[in-house]
Every structure is written in structure tokens, then in C-alpha cells.
Design a protein around this ligand. Sequence first.
Ligand code: 8X3
Length: 257
Amino acid sequence: MSVKGKIVFITGASAGIGAATALAFAAEGARLLLAARRAGKLSEIASAALARGAEAVHSIDLDVRDRRAVQKAIDELPEEWSAIEVLVNNAGLSRGLEKLYVGKIEDWEEMIDTNVKGLLYVTRAVVPGMVVRGHGHVVNLGSTAGDLTYPNGAVYCATKAAERALNDGLRQDVLGTPVRVTSVDPGMVETDFSLVRFRGDSERASKVYKGVKALTPEDVAEVIVWATSRPAHVNIARVLLTPVQQANSLLFSREES
Ligand code: 8X3
């Protein structure tokens, strides 16, 4: 099933896995609806996507934590952009790495508001149209963190465990319609994920990836495009992918330097 000419809506599209996914769909000739908080960065991705082969690009300056803004953005889409075929619920982040009982409540709220509530708001705004049109595919970004909780990361891991439950729940709730639902769950991916988690502490962030050949955002994007281009009767429920040097969220084989 080709994604050429289809409208693909990607949240968190200004960097990392979101940006790589935009470019991967662009290479397939999709029409891209890109959303992110950073309008400047998003316009760079939009230009790169057009150069890569996207049929058209429409960008939206959007914070998925803002429930009303999400609904308004979807309600007010220009007619030619309203029939979203693929939704990639990618917007998400981690903040902090510390024991639960001393964690920062503001960090918890930012993660829960973005990774869980934001995913829900976008899903709630987009999926009814897919059901009515009788076409659609939702791809949610999960994580090895949702599969196995690691120390000091309880809240981030809980948001990804929630994503897994929501992915499974949505798949059950659209049963009887042609809408497909997939969770793509990467392990270690080298993006600015750790830099965001540690609020710009690049030394601490680089230690996370030390001695491991991490996945690239492009590795993950490839899986997302693959899942959405299976024949219409095939639903890929969940893909868990890690670097070869990672077995799960706790177990790595790091090269000594
Ligand atoms: C990102 C993977 O293990 O850094 O979701 O939390 S991990």
C-alpha cells in the first residue's frame, strides 16, 4: 500500500524521530502535515521535506498539551488538508532522571501532559474523521521504557506504559472499522532526547550513548513508513526495536573506551 499523495500528520516534527519521519514520508511522495512548538525549526524541516519529494507540506505551530488548540487546529484545517490518512503521535519528551520520591513534580507534569494527555488530545481530534472516512492509520511512539521500568525513570516509563495501554485500547475500539493502530517502540536512539532530559547538560547526555552504537532517528522512521505501507488488511500492532548492543531498557553491552 503506497503512502504517495496521502496526508500524513506528524506531531513533534521539528527534530529527532519526528523530523526523520517527515523526511522518510517525503521520500515516498506523501503530503505532510507537520506540527511542533518550534515554528522556525519546523520551517527548515518543511523545506527539506519538499526537496526530498513531499507532494506538499502544511505546517502548524502547535503545543499538543493545549487541548483547545489541538481541536481548533484540526477543525480549522484547510479543506484539502482535512482528510488525514496517517497520524504519527510522536511528540514526547523526558525530564529528569531521579528517584521517584524526590522527583520534580513540574517534570512529571510536563511528561504526563505531553506524552499521555497530548497523545490523547490529538487522537481524539483526528480519529473520528478517520472512522467516518473509512481510512486511517495511527502510529504511536512507545519505548522500551514502556516495556520495562528502569531506576530513576519511573514517571517517563509510566508515560510509555500508558502509551502501550492506549495503543492497545484504541486498536480494540476501532475494531470493525478499517482504521489501523501501531505502536513503534524504540530503545536507545541518538537524538536530543537526553539533552532535553538533562536540560542541556551535554556531558551527562553524551554518557547515555557511550560505547553503544545507538539507533538513528532514520532507523525508527523506516519502521514507521514500513508499518503504514503494509497491505490494507495487515495491522502491525507493535514493533520493539533496539540497537544490537541493547537487550532491554536495563541491559546494554557497552564497548570500553
Ligand atoms: C527512550 C528510551 O531507555 O532512554 O524512550 O528511556 S530510554
